[in-house]
Design a protein around this ligand. Structure first.
Ligand code: PEP
Ligand code: MN
Length: 353
């Protein structure tokens, strides 16, 4: 695949390209009021979900086709391009008919190859700009596969959106950023236009600005940010939407480092190290938790903390595993010995209680 930079009519390619608008189109008034304010602040591309994928039935599932007329009005009144999410061929058909300028494919849809192929077939023969969000699960190949299906259908005006990855145990972020995944995508496709969606990664208003800055520091091309004229009353994703005023301030505060020298490559790698260290520590904490549970079990069943054979087994098998991953055996031994020592300490403490 030879993927070129995304081109949007009338939008210059200066970093950051910003797409903004509400999570969902809710009413004509909400759409027009939000768009007018965003346009006045220089936003050129307006987003709004017309069909909303909700985890459980019964939530607000979008206004559907009638909302497309509001997007048309946004185009006519404020000269903005419009963007919406499509998940089925009939969404594509309706969006094209209504003159929507940019389509994005949502994280849930990208996980499903059948749905992706159906969308690629529906788009075949058009040169629609399409943005592919990462799948909800951290699977780079699935993300690449979705892009390939569109590419194979003849689409060339493509880009991607990093919106973070879902996890069972939610921590700081609604969707873990796992920056190393989009970084690897960029390594494979250096020209691909990458936008970051700090709203869906953060899930909370106050995380949008720092995430947007991190994305800029990682040389993302742009941002897609949820903005609503009255965020607290939003029918979906209320906690993560910004007013157009706050968005404007947030964008003003961004530091755009465009001196693309070797040092920039180093900072990209350092961010990757930061992200990997976070994961390492989270995993270590998880492992310690399990070890604590084992300790409780041993205590209740009157078993000794130390079982020598198990320790030997751990050291031996981990060393082998590490070596197969190109890690130095001695290094793996030292780490495992240190982790084991801490596990024993934690379990001994449990015994005292
Ligand atoms: C959205 O952009 O509002 C949306 C539903 O996004 P995602 O597919 O990333 O969850
Ligand atoms: Mn949303």
């Amino acid at each position: 695949m030879e993927i070129r930079k995304l081109e949007l009519k009338g939008v210059d390619s200066k970093r950051p390209l910003v797409i903004a608008g509400p999570c969902s189109a809710e009413s004509r008034e909400q759409v027009l009021e939000t768009a007018e304010k965003l346009a006045a602040n220089g936003i050129k591309v307006f987003r709004a979900g017309i069909w909303k994928p909700r985890t459980k039935p019964g939530g607000f599932e979008g206004v559907g086709v009638p909302g497309l007329a509001w997007l048309k009005e946004v185009k006519e009144k404020f000269g903005m391009l419009t963007a919406t999410e499509v998940a089925t061929p009939s969404h594509v058909f309706e969006a094209l008919k209504a003159g929507v300028d940019v389509l994005w494919i949502g994280a849930r849809t990208v996980t499903n190859p059948f749905a992706m192929q159906a969308l690629a077939d529906a788009l075949r023969g058009t040169d629609m700009p399409v943005l592919v969000k990462n799948p909800v699960n951290p699977d780079l190949e699935l993300w690449v596969g979705a892009i390939q299906r569109l590419y194979n259908a003849g689409l060339r005006n493509l880009g991607v959106i990093h919106r973070g990855f879902s996890s069972y145990d939610k921590k700081i972020y609604r969707n873990a950023p796992l920056w190393h995944i989009p970084i690897e995508l960029r390594r494979r496709f250096p020209e691909i236009t990458m936008l970051c969606d700090p709203s869906h990664i953060g899930g909370r208003r106050e995380l949008v600005a720092p995430l947007a800055q991190q994305a800029m520091d990682l040389n993302f091309d742009g941002l897609i940010v949820e903005s609503h004229c009255d965020p607290d009353s939003a029918l979906s994703d209320a906690a993560q939407q910004l007013t157009p005023e706050v968005l404007d301030y947030t964008l003003d505060m961004l530091v755009i480092r465009d001196n693309v020298q070797t040092t920039e490559n180093i900072s990209v790698l350092r961010k990757e190290i930061d992200s990997l260290d976070t994961q390492l520590l989270q995993l270590l904490a998880k492992r310690m938790g399990v070890s604590r549970e084992i300790g409780t079990y041993k205590k209740e069943h009157n078993m000794p903390v130390l079982q020598d054979r198990r320790y030997d087994e751990i050291l031996g098998s981990r060393r082998e595993m590490g070596e197969s991953l190109d890690l130095d055996g001695e290094f793996v031994n030292r780490i495992m010995a240190c982790i084991h020592e801490e596990s024993v300490r934690v379990q001994m403490k449990l015994m005292e209680k």
